[in-house]
Design a protein around this ligand. Structure first.
Ligand SMILES: Nc1ncnc2c1ncn2[C@@H]1O[C@H](COP(=O)(O)OP(=O)(O)OP(=O)(O)O)[C@@H](O)[C@H]1O
Ligand SMILES: [Mg+2]
Length: 236
């Protein structure tokens, strides 16, 4: 089953081509790493998928045209600089966003425990650590029980232990059947994913399983594979 299918997806701003007619397939229930250097177009692709970016070409998300109002409740999005209310508690933030999304109070309880923030539900957001804050953002995205989670650099700035805990959580969500697309410019994060989308200068260099990527490039890490794929592209 396909979660996302793009054909000739193109985003251009002024005369600058940001996504250059890309084709992309993402299967349901997978943990997908969207990996590429800074400025490669990761955020623009994610914004297109969640329906806040104008594009040309075809982009189907969960069987609907991207941007369709039917998708609102089915997609959870954490942007690169997510906004929480710093002067109120975790629970109060979630209650606020639940009202916006028309989710009920029971869902607030569910998402608090699924990101393991039960002990911190009454903490004021400004007093939280980076890792706890990342969890609150994830909890907001989980309100309404989305099938697809689009997370833009959710682990940036976190220490290795917090990063590891967050990845465990992502795997748990994937094993619950959700599709997760997680962007990073840190290549080794992709070593934790089922599938890898490698993006460079608005073009897709790879869109398949991580295993096949390592096999194809005869490498042992996505970082090395990325370098190999780039030199392969140059030699063509
Ligand atoms: N509103 C805009 N107007 C013009 N150019 C833009 C705009 N937004 C992004 N760009 C350009 O598009 C390219 C891709 O940007 P994008 O934010 O999608 O990259 P990214 O891969 O998410 O980068 P990062 O890792 O730094 O977050 C960059 O060259 C950026 O300068
Ligand atoms: Mg970005």
């Amino acid at each position: 089953m396909i979660a996302i299918r793009a054909n000739g997806l193109r985003v251009q701003k002024n005369k600058h081509v940001i996504l250059n007619s890309i084709d992309l397939n993402i299967a349901k229930g997978r943990l997908v790493g969207l990996i590429g250097p800074s400025g490669s177009g990761k955020t623009t692709l994610m914004r297109s998928i969640v329906g806040v970016q104008q594009y040309d070409g075809k982009l189907q998300v969960l069987g609907q045209e991207a941007g369709s109002s039917k998708l609102r409740i089915k997609i959870g999005y954490v942007s690169q600089s997510p906004a929480l209310y710093g002067d109120i508690s975790v629970r109060e933030n979630l209650k606020y966003f639940a009202t916006v999304l028309r989710a009920n109070d029971r869902q607030v309880d569910t998402v608090i425990s699924s990101v393991e923030l039960d002990k911190f539900e009454d903490a004021i957001v400004d007093t939280l650590s980076g890792g706890q804050r990342a969890r609150v953002n994830l909890a907001v995205a989980l309100l309404g029980g989305p099938d697809l989670l689009v997370l833009d650099e959710p682990t940036v700035g976190l220490d290795p232990i917090l990063r590891n805990n967050l990845w465990k959580l992502f795997h748990k969500l994937a094993s619950d059947g959700k599709t997760l697309i997680i962007s990073s410019h840190v290549m080794d994060e992709a070593d934790r994913c089922d599938d890898v989308v490698l993006l460079r200068d608005g073009e897709i260099l790879w869109n398949d399983t991580r295993k096949k990527l390592l096999g194809h490039t005869d490498t042992e890490s996505v970082g090395d594979a990325f370098v190999a794929i780039i030199s392969e592209a140059k030699n063509v």
